[in-house]
Design a protein around this ligand. Structure first.
Ligand code: T4K
Length: 397
């Protein structure tokens, strides 16, 4: 146990290994594109590379329209504004803060509903129950890239005449029942943040088959210029620059290699941790396409003797920078906690148990074995690690 860096042992990693380390790209190709942008002297405002990216993303999503944006948070806001939502948006709480904040920032009230206790996916029955007179839309989240129960959500939305949107920030390149994510509901939003499987430094996209909605998003992301009717929102600047588009295109070129690497990482983690009591890697449906961007482990403290938060401390002391994605869940964050307190037992339990492990193209098989060795060691002395840590924190050691 004393080998753990938490207790003074040498760290397993000299340098931090991260959850969201940017995927590898072909630098020569990226610099070629950037040089081309500089030569072309068109740096933003719907430049040729942003348009090329939109075509490629629309094709991946299997939809007619894609509007590239400066990030996914803005893309969600643009989508809500384009759909002229007012009132409440029903969504899961088990997500990154951006999902809720995007709505709140433009004056919409998130209404949080509970998730399936195993998959973390928003419960369609809970959504139906949450619908009220102020409901304006339903927003599903393809959490950790695992698609929602799309058909059930589509049915609830249709039964109540509400638009259904998806926050697909984690799910670029994934499928549900063989169909590409991006084509579900009225519209979906991808993130191309630095930490995502396709990265534009910062970037996002709205994808949809609704031509009119797409045209409104496009106008709104460019100050409302070209809007044929008057939008109460006016417009904003949500455009993607050519530098970001150059990065995103180069990252897309590497997409298959990135996913192959992530998939191998995921399977190695699953194998290595299979015999560690109380730790389970949340699986993916093998019949679907997945980007394997996140490796999520659920911690059952009654079996490990060590809780999720302390395991993260143990890993971080080793320079393995695990993250508690997503804890606290949105309903326990301000301003929601104070504005509209709610209890979501499945969400709370899952959020308190899960952690994301380092992965991505810069994380090697050797790195993964080291992370798993640390986890194995920490769990084999789980109760002792907990006792010793509590004593240290209490200043008694
Ligand atoms: N909806 C959902 C469900 C989302 O998860 C997100 C964002 C959004 C919407 C909104 O998308 P964007 O508006 O961002 O396009 C990170 C990302 O900033 C965020 O984009 C992402 N989700 C979220 C899940 O992760 P943090 O606060 O965890 O970031 P940070 O700085 O702690 O970085 C995460 C890890 O990545 C660290 O271990 C360090 C590593 N990293 C990070 C950056 C920026 C690198 O190795 N290199 C880097 O350049 O939010």
């Amino acid at each position: 146990m004393s080998d753990l860096a938490l207790f003074g042992g040498r760290s397993a990693f000299l340098h931090p290994v991260h959850v969201g380390c940017p995927s590898r790209v072909d630098r020569a190709r990226l610099f070629d594109r950037l040089n081309w942008v500089l030569d072309n002297q068109w740096l933003t405002n719907g430049g040729p590379l942003a348009l090329e990216l939109e075509d490629r993303v629309a094709e991946i999503a299997g939809v007619r329209n894609c509007v590239a944006t400066c990030n996914a948070t803005t893309a969600l806001q643009l989508l809500f504004q384009a759909a002229e939502l007012t009132g409440e948006v029903i969504m899961p709480s088990l997500s990154f803060a951006a999902t809720a904040h995007a709505a709140r920032w433009i004056g919409l009230d998130p209404v949080f509903v509970d998730v399936d206790p195993l998959t973390g996916s928003m419960e369609p029955a809970a959504v139906a129950k949450a619908i009220g007179p102020r409901s304006a839309a339903i927003l599903g989240v393809h959490l950790w890239g695992r698609p929602c129960q799309v058909d059930d959500l589509e049915k609830v939305a249709a039964d109540h005449g509400l638009p259904l949107f998806f926050d697909a920030a984690h799910a670029t390149g994934c499928t549900w029942r063989g169909r590409a994510v991006g084509g579900f509901g009225t519209a979906e939003v991808f993130s191309f943040h630095a930490t995502k499987v396709v990265n534009a430094f910062e970037g996002g996209a709205v994808v949809t088959d609704d031509d009119e909605l797409a045209q409104r998003v496009r106008a709104l992301h460019n100050f409302g210029i070209g809007l044929s009717d008057s939008s109460p929102a006016g417009g904003t600047n949500g455009k993607m620059s050519e530098a970001s588009a150059a990065m995103a295109l180069t990252s897309l070129d590497a997409f298959e290699d990135t996913v192959r690497h992530n998939r191998a990482n995921f399977h190695l983690y699953s194998e290595e941790l299979a015999d560690v009591p109380g730790l389970s890697v949340i699986p993916h449906d093998r019949d679907e396409r997945h980007n394997y961007q996140y490796v999520i482990v659920a911690v059952e403290e009654s079996a490990t003797g060590i809780g999720r938060d302390l395991l993260i401390e143990v890993l971080r002391a080793e320079n393995a920078m695990a993250k508690p994605y997503f804890s606290p869940p949105c309903h326990q964050l301000e301003p929601y906690r104070s504005r509209a307190p709610v209890e979501l037992p499945h969400t709370e339990r899952l959020a308190a148990r899960v952690l994301a492990l380092p992965t991505g193209t810069s994380v090697s098989r050797e790195d993964i074995r080291r992370v798993c060795n640390v986890l194995r060691l920490a769990v084999s002395y789980g109760a002792d690690v907990t006792t010793r840590w509590n004593r240290m924190k209490g200043g008694r050691e």
